[in-house]
Design a protein around this ligand. Structure first.
Ligand code: XMP
Length: 321
């Protein structure tokens, strides 16, 4: 079934919010629902909508999968606490790293993550909360790319003929499925989320796992996490849609203190885009790029090469995996 997009120019935030709150209430009835918050714009917006609809019949979880950015779980949980939403932290780091073991292929990596999230972690949370529903922030761009066979986005099921009830034992509610990013931001703002959330850059559900080419291990995630922190610090004043660091699989010969150092490569990407469907590399000042390379090679252990991607999407995609 074709999903009808609600374009930003046709979006009435108040009407949309009321309608979705009503839909969530009537679907869940007197029961309860669980909700997975990752701190991105989409899942934060769903959290607020569902909280409005269900109050304390909504259980919100933040799943620490070990592949988040530095300090993310604590930061998001305390931000939502200030908004009156209680969030429970689930430590699933071991489960996720176990599922990534030995996997190199991008789509297999995405599949491992999807299965761990939905079949193991969420299914257990849903069972323990004796609910039938999981709320999540799938948006139209996620669906498009999955159907087009570009990338299997971690949160798309029905459009691929997968019935979540049969596959995982619960139903999935997706209040944002008719929206793209700019419209989600409008709703997030109207729901009272702070600017640090509604204006936040997109961040993929599979997190840093899609920014590691090759096997995802705690050590390799740590490298890309450190590089990500530097990129976010150095580019925070730049007007861009999204910026990121990628850890490559191949090593290259470098030198340090006059000696050979066979080390890692980090690729940087910074994108101009409105809704992620097409994107162009941001024309970053050369001095900024040099500073990024200097900091990353000094501060991320073992990195001897930093490159900047200058390809358009298409043929590139925004993430590397
Ligand atoms: P690509 O890499 O396909 O990314 O050009 C388009 C936008 O989607 C984000 N992205 C994802 N978001 N689940 C998500 O929730 C995913 O599996 C996923 N893969 C990519 C990406 O960061 C960009 O904003």
């Amino acid at each position: 079934m074709q999903i009808q997009e609600i374009k930003p120019e046709n979006l009435n935030p108040e009407k949309f919010i009321n309608q979705k709150v009503q839909e969530i209430s009537s679907t869940v009835g007197n029961g309860s629902a669980v909700n997975a918050l990752s701190g991105g714009v989409d899942s934060s917006t769903v959290t607020m909508l569902a909280h409005k609809a269900l109050g304390n019949r909504l259980k919100t979880y933040f799943v620490d999968n070990g592949i988040m950015r530095e300090g993310e779980p604590g930061k998001i949980i305390s931000l939502f606490r200030k908004l009156g939403v209680k969030v429970e932290l689930i430590d699933a780091k071991k489960e996720f790293f176990k599922s990534f073991k030995g996997i190199i292929d991008p789509e297999e990596k995405r599949e491992a993550l999807t299965q761990t999230f939905y079949k193991n972690v969420f299914a257990k949370l849903v069972r323990e909360s004796s609910t039938k529903y999981l709320l999540q922030g799938t948006i139209l761009t996620d669906v498009d790319e999955t159907i087009a066979g570009i990338k299997r986005q971690h949160n798309v099921f029905e459009q691929l003929g997968i019935d979540p009830q049969k596959a995982f034992g619960y139903k999935i509610i997706e209040p944002l499925i008719q929206l793209r990013k700019p419209a989600v931001r409008t709703i997030a703002k109207a729901l009272g989320l702070p600017e640090e959330i509604y204006a936040r850059h997109p961040f993929p559900g599979p997190a840093l796992a899609v920014r590691v080419i090759g096997e995802v291990t705690p050590e390799r995630i740590e490298k890309v996490r450190k590089a990500t922190k530097i990129v976010e610090e150095e580019l925070s004043g730049v007007k861009a849609f999204q910026y990121l660091a990628i850890l490559h699989e191949d090593k290259v010969t470098g030198m340090r203190d006059g000696k050979r150092d066979y080390g890692f490569q980090i690729e940087l990407r910074c994108w101009d885009s409105t809704d992620a469907r097409i994107a162009s590399p941001t024309k970053l000042p050369y001095e900024t790029l040099i500073k990024l390379a200097d900091r990353i090679t000094k501060e991320v252990p073992g990195v001897v090469s930093v490159t900047y991607n200058i390809t358009q999407k298409p043929p590139s995609t925004i993430e590397a995996v």
